[in-house]
Design a binder for this molecule. Structure first.
Ligand code: GDG
Length: 472
């Protein structure tokens, strides 16, 4: 197998299978976050991506996509159930999000987690050239850095966690806490979304493994592992350019007309997940309708809640509850042709999404806990005329940067209602001042700056001279 100097390892490959117009089956680069973040880098360095292609059959042979080699890792039905839906999404995901749902612990899931992480580590070891750089992503693969270092001590290894890293009180519940921390310490650089997460990690390493640790570095034997915050970002210029396109503007005016030209449009866009605070937000909205502070004819709420990780039981339960809530609110407060809430559970395409951002006078992003929340940043990037109010949860990573948002505690129903009203009633001057500051921040701190800062820190962290660059 030809080896590459740069290998990204993530649970999913950055491609979707799709049907071409002529009926042929093809693989396409999937839109979104990590792929666009790494695109400038991947274009200039022969790179490979190790991940799962979807499906439970043998791993398909895949063509290169945009010059990036695709190595697919096969998963069986049992792996999917016990690793992906089990340990990753029913143990770690809830635990890392403040245990807003109860994490479950099963020994079978842990076995699957080890087994699948081993398979990813072996695939990465085979794909990386001598002295190469491997960048491992997220909570599904926390053991990979350690396993990979055993297989390939010559590599530079980075790890980035997209979700929050919890405080010691929560993490200590994990039966296999020492192994998980040890797995991450196989990396040269561990990146988190927020400084608080790096602090939590350092405390845990000292407590559980008895290794001296600061919020910046940890000595493991004769190696130094660096840790730090690298808040992920969006492609600000790309979102702004899309928002300014005539097609998007046209779609936005059509949408607003279809909604009956309301005074105020409120938008929320979430994966259907219990961390996103959808129920709490709908409850607050219902109370505002009941008290008459918000009137259906003047104000419209659009909730996009795309189905996600459907086989995780708590997400199914949530979906039923949200749909019941929406039905009830529409039944009580809607009129014919004027529902109180426009609810979409199917994904909208990117143009429609940006058109929705354009018509939203208030964007309500109120997760109970979120690593970052890219929707909040995309909204700001799309408001090219400095209008629009962002209502943002203090518990989203984005709140550490977007301080000018209308910040709320989503657990505080009264506070949530007052925040929503404040955002709805804000003066144009106040809105513009806040939006301008947030846009300016995102102009400098875009997705390329994120990749650049992480990779330059990794160059320093590794023992090998740097030769990879994201510039150009
Ligand atoms: C994890 C962390 C962290 C959503 N609906 C549609 C659609 N989307 C796109 C959004 C956005 C992305 O999906 C969602 O990203 P988030 O950051 O909001 O949330 P998670 O999926 O939970 O992501 C999170 C992130 O990783 C990155 O590190 O920020 O905290 O949980 O880009 O635009 N896109 C389209 N149609 C939809 O209906 N086209």
């Amino acid at each position: 197998m030809r080896q590459s100097p740069l290998v990204v390892v993530a649970n999913r490959l950055p491609i979707d299978d799709s049907m071409a117009p002529d009926g042929a089956f093809e693989w396409r680069r999937s839109p979104g976050g990590l792929v666009s973040a790494l695109h400038p880098l991947l274009r200039h360095t022969p790179a490979a991506w190790v991940g799962w292609a979807g499906g439970t059959g043998p791993a398909p042979d895949l063509p290169d996509v945009d010059g990036v080699r695709m190595h697919s890792v096969p998963l069986t039905g049992d792996d999917l159930r016990d690793h992906y839906e089990g340990f990753a999404n029913s143990t770690l995901w809830p635990l890392y999000h403040d245990s807003v749902e109860q994490p479950e612990h099963h020994r079978r899931w842990w076995e699957a987690y080890q087994r699948v992480n081993q398979r990813f580590a072996e695939a990465a070891a085979a794909a990386a050239e001598p002295g190469g750089l491997v960048w491992v992503q997220d909570y599904h693969l926390q053991l990979v850095p350690g396993l990979l270092r055993q297989l390939r001590p010559d590599l530079r290894i980075g790890f980035f966690l997209h979700v929050p890293f919890p405080p010691p009180e929560l993490f200590m519940q994990l039966p296999r806490r020492a192994e998980l921390l040890g797995g991450m310490l196989g990396a040269d650089l561990i990146g988190f979304q927020r400084a608080q997460a790096a602090h939590n990690f350092a405390q845990l390493v000292a407590k559980v493994l008895g290794v001296p640790a600061t919020d910046r570095s940890i000595s493991v034997g004769d190696r130094v592992v660096r840790i730090g915050a690298f808040p992920i970002a969006v492609d600000t210029a790309e979102v702004a350019a899309l928002a300014a396109e005539p097609e998007v503007a046209e779609r936005a005016s059509r949408l607003r007309r279809d909604l009956g030209d309301p005074d105020r449009v409120i938008l929320s866009v979430d994966r259907m997940d219990y961390t996103k605070g959808i129920e709490q937000r709908l409850k607050a909205y219902r109370e505002l309708l009941a008290s008459g502070d918000v009137k259906v004819h003047d104000t419209v709420l659009i909730q996009v809640a795309v189905r996600s990780r459907d086989r995780v039981a708590q997400n199914q339960i949530l979906r039923d509850r949200v749909e019941h809530q929406v039905g009830r609110i529409n039944g009580e407060f809607g009129r014919v042709g004027e529902p109180a809430i426009h609810y979409l559970s199917q994904p909208v395409d990117r143009t429609e999404l940006v058109a929705l951002y354009r018509i939203a006078d208030v964007m309500a992003v109120t997760p109970l806990r979120d690593g970052m929340n890219l929707v909040a940043k995309e909204y700001v990037a799309a408001r090219v005329d400095d209008t629009g109010a962002l209502l943002l949860s203090e518990f989203a990573g984005a709140a550490a940067e977007l301080e000018q948002a209308y910040l709320v505690n989503p657990h505080d129903l009264e506070g949530l209602k007052q925040g929503l009203l404040a955002a709805l009633r804000a003066t144009p001057d106040d809105v513009a001042t806040r939006m301008r500051a947030m846009r300016e921040h995102l102009r400098h701190n875009d997705i390329r700056a994120w990749a650049r800062s992480y990779l330059s820190a990794l160059d320093v962290a590794g023992s090998l001279p740097g030769r990879l660059t994201t510039t150009g």
